[in-house]
Design a protein around this ligand. Structure first.
Ligand SMILES: Nc1ncnc2c1ncn2[C@@H]1O[C@H](COP(=O)(O)OP(=O)(O)OP(=O)(O)O)[C@@H](O)[C@H]1O
Length: 808
């Protein structure tokens, strides 16, 4: 259903005997003044502060002092009754200053019945139009006295102290003061008054009897402005349940008829202290009503419905799901100018409030049992708005027609089958010659009305819970128990959740500490940050398991793991290299290791010797060197490497023939790889293909050379172009031998897997700047990076772990 703005009607009552008559407040219709340009009816009010000014308030429905009850009903109320029959909730409320005619408009008199009796009459009259339905009517009636709900269908005669159960005698009568009813909210956010009676009504006459009696229960009192002034807000609800047997659905239409207490100026009302307290509550709730309307108009994120029970109960009518009509009652004369302005300002704001009415429909079809082989059962039509209910008896969703009076007993429990409403249920009206607005008139009713009320009283006295015969106190106790159990359950769940979170935090913390410890240990024992980091968590299980081991044992464990890890890495690389490349690689590591050991970085040197060992595992001299270095590192002793022998003279300009020593060959005759004719530097470098390469390195890759300021490495799968290319283990700068480059390039291509996915990659051009390498290698000076960039490392390690390998 489309959104619906609350409709506003303004009604000015006639002057009462004794009131000064003037035109300060007047109703104008277009026909009254053809010169008026507003084009519609409006209310004019003389500005109390400047009588030369007149305020105009245009409304579609403006009723003057001579308007009739029939007129206002026919024009503004009667059209809404079909809306009720369509399953929508309609709320009509009368608003205005005290003595402005609200009760007169809503309730009326015997001779001039107001909206309430006319509405009930019209609703019953309409039954014939909806013959496809099985109809049942229910009513409830409550008042909000000092912002507390009371059931007006509960007899209050012969009542003793307020809120006190005096006597309960099943066989005679029930003397019970109407208890304050709690306002609750169901799981769908629907506000309802718990334990409010809902009485089935079968006819207008039955309604009148109930309503007339209930009206006597309403709190009224005499003030200077109104000798029968309502001291409470009264809310009557008529609910129609429409069962459609053919469609197997139930529509629930409802109309709330609200007679608000009037705002009061205590100077005018002459209230005594007790009246003042009432007045304060009335004004306060009306003030919240104004705040709610204002907030709705402003589109405020929070609407202060909860600031008073009145607004909570009218929530559905204000920005909710019902159709609304606000009747602004105005009192005439200069005395009421300011109050009238207040009322009309409220009306002006209210007419901007938009509701989104919904149809209250329920699917009565039995839900088929789910079967795994069956297609999903049709979803029952959602009850879009489950307004309702009051209590009980409205259970008759499946009942045919109206239940007989007296049979259906109003339960004080909300009916689970009935739709729910945010708006409290209401009740009654009186048609016929009942005396209205009397407070607790003793005496009974007669006839059917009496019988109905007795039934209601019994229900009320029994306190609901499906007529289990429980007293209110017992009900409260039961509720308290349920609430306490629920609270305990939730607290336990909260505690359990907290405990789980605490355990998870503890576990995380323990893991973090273990991780940090592991990292610390690794940092302590690692010869080089860039080369010895282990995959996270490798040591953790061991370290955890052997927490009690001393530091030495732990470090040995770590060392073993590190070796294993390093060994795997180097071994796997060594396994795919050609013998020549293996030798070259080993020699390169040895060269770099020497450089480190000369600088006193023994741990780093040791690590590099170990790497070299992976490529030349049979080299005895290298093994000895490793042992020596391990001893020196462990005992924190100085290690003095064997000095390099003097270089041999070059025998050729560049390169050498097979078997002949070269400049590179003599690089380190005393080195670890020089002994025994195997495993020497020379042996490695004297490989047929390797010898020229060493020369090339020497020649081209002197980073200190002023001619080479940028060291570019480009790896492609093209053959050498003679101007500069890289190969797997080294970088050839401009001028390299094309043949050698090609060969070396091929050596490394086989192993290239730059993205680490285990698949040989397409050759991707790559450039590395010397400056980058320097910065990332952590080497101390430029001469330390002299040499070639070792491609294997560049590819397999992150940038900061790349290193320059210096062949000597
Ligand atoms: N349209 C009307 N025609 C004739 N008399 C009216 C009309 N409206 C109100 N009155 C009379 O004005 C007096 C005050 O009306 P009513 O009690 O309805 O005011 P109220 O707004 O309900 O006041 P309160 O808020 O104090 O209950 C009553 O005596 C009532 O009969």
């Amino acid at each position: 259903m489309a959104s619906h703005r609350i409709k506003i009607a303004a009604r000015l009552r006639p002057s009462l005997p004794g009131e000064i008559t003037d035109d300060d407040i007047a109703v104008h219709h277009p026909s009254d003044d053809s010169s008026d340009s507003t084009g519609g009816s409006y209310i004019s009010v003389v500005n109390p502060r400047d009588i030369t000014q007149i305020f105009k308030f245009p409304f579609t429905s403006c009723y003057g002092h001579d308007s009739t009850q029939e007129e206002i009903f026919d024009t503004d109320v009667e059209p809404l009754l079909d809306v009720v029959y369509s399953g929508v909730t309609v709320t009509i409320f009368a608003y205005g200053v005290t003595s402005s005619g609200k009760t007169h408009t809503m309730q009326g008199t015997r001779t001039e019945p107001g909206i309430i009796p006319r509405t009930v009459q019209a609703l019953f009259n309409r039954q014939s139009r909806y013959q496809q339905y099985q109809l049942s009517f229910h009513m409830s009636y409550m008042e909000l006295y000092k912002d507390e709900p009371y059931d007006l269908l509960v007899t209050r005669e012969n009542v003793l102290p307020l809120n006190l159960l005096i006597e309960y005698d099943r066989s005679f009568s029930y003397f019970i003061q109407a208890p304050k009813l709690p306002v609750r909210e169901d799981g769908n956010g629907m506000v309802f008054v718990a334990n409010l009676s809902s009485v089935p009504i079968e006819s207008v006459a039955e309604f009148e009897a109930i309503y007339n009696q209930a009206t006597k229960n309403r709190s009224i009192g005499a003030t200077n402005l109104n000798r029968a002034s309502s001291r409470s807000h009264a809310i009557l609800t008529i609910e129609i349940m429409m069962v459609d047997p053919s469609e197997q659905k139930t529509l629930t239409g409802k109309i709330n008829l609200v007679d608000l207490a009037g705002s009061e100026n205590n100077k005018l009302t002459g209230n005594d202290p007790s009246r003042m307290a009432e007045s304060k509550a009335i004004n306060q709730s009306l003030s919240v009503l104004g705040q709610v309307v204002h907030a709705l108009n402003q589109g405020a994120p929070r609407i202060p419905y909860r600031n008073s029970k009145l607004t909570r109960l009218l929530q559905d009518a204000l920005g909710g799901a019902s159709v609304g009509l606000l009747i602004c009652n105005l009192a005439p004369g200069s005395k009421f100018r300011q109050d009238t302005l207040n009322t009309l300002n409220f009306a002006t704001r209210t007419k901007n409030v938009e509701n989104k009415p919904v149809i209250n429909e329920r699917d009565n079809r039995p839900v088929p049992k789910p079967h795994f082989a069956a297609p999903p059962a049709p979803k029952p039509a959602a009850t879009i708005l489950q307004p309702i209910t009051t209590a009980g008896s409205s259970s008759s969703s499946s009942s045919t027609a109206v239940a007989a009076a007296g049979k259906a007993r109003a339960s004080l429990c909300p009916n689970p089958n009935a739709p729910r409403s945010r708006v409290p249920r209401v009740s009654n009206v009186g048609v016929g010659g009942t005396v209205y607005q009397r407070f607790a008139i003793p005496g009974g009713l007669s006839g059917s009305g009496r019988r109905s009320l007795e039934n209601i009283d019994e229900k009320s006295a029994m306190g609901g819970l499906g007529g289990l015969g429980l007293t209110e106190k017992e009900i409260e106790e039961k509720i308290m128990k349920v609430v306490e159990a629920e609270v305990a359950k939730r607290l336990a769940a909260e505690r359990e959740k907290d405990e789980e979170e605490r355990r998870a935090r503890g576990k995380e913390e323990a893991e973090r500490i273990a991780r940090e410890k592991e990292e610390r240990i690794m940092a302590q024992h690692s010869p080089s940050k860039r080369s010895t980091s282990l995959p996270s968590g490798v040591l953790t299980p061991l370290l955890k398991k052997h927490k009690d081991l001393d530091d030495e044992l732990r470090s040995r464990l770590q060392e073993l793991e590190r070796k294993l890890e390093q060994g795997h890495k180097e071994t796997s690389l060594a396994g795919v290299l050609s013998p020549v490349s293996k030798k070259k690689t080993g020699r390169a590591y040895v060269s770099l290791a020497r450089a480190y050991s000369e600088k006193g970085k023994l741990e780093d040197a040791l690590e590099l010797y170990r790497r070299a060992e992976a490529y030349v595992p049979d080299n005895i001299k290298l093994k000895e060197r490793i042992i020596e270095l391990e001893w020196a590192v462990k005992n924190n002793k100085e290690f003095v490497p064997t000095p390099k022998p003097p270089r041999k003279e070059k025998k050729g300009k560049k390169g050498s023939r097979k078997g002949q020593p070269t400049e590179s060959d003599s690089a380190d005759p005393n080195s670890e790889l020089n002994e025994s004719g195997r495993g020497t530097d020379t042996d490695i470098l004297m490989d047929e293909d390797a010898k020229p390469i060493a020369r090339d390195y020497d020649y081209h890759h002197k980073f200190g050379s002023s001619s080479v300021t940028e060291f570019g490495m480009e790896i492609t799968n093209t053959t050498s172009n003679g101007s500069g290319m890289a190969h797997g283990g080294s970088v050839i700068a401009s001028g390299s031998s094309p043949r050698l480059c090609k060969r070396l390039f091929a050596d490394v291509e086989d192993n290239r897997d730059q993205d680490g996915d285990g698949v040989q990659d397409a050759r991707t051009p790559k450039k590395v700047k010397l400056t980058d390498l320097k910065a990332s290698d952590g080497l101390d000076s430029e001469d330390e990076v002299e040499g070639e960039v070792w491609q294997g490392e560049l590819q397999s390690a992150p940038l900061k772990e790349r290193k320059a390998v210096v062949p000597v």
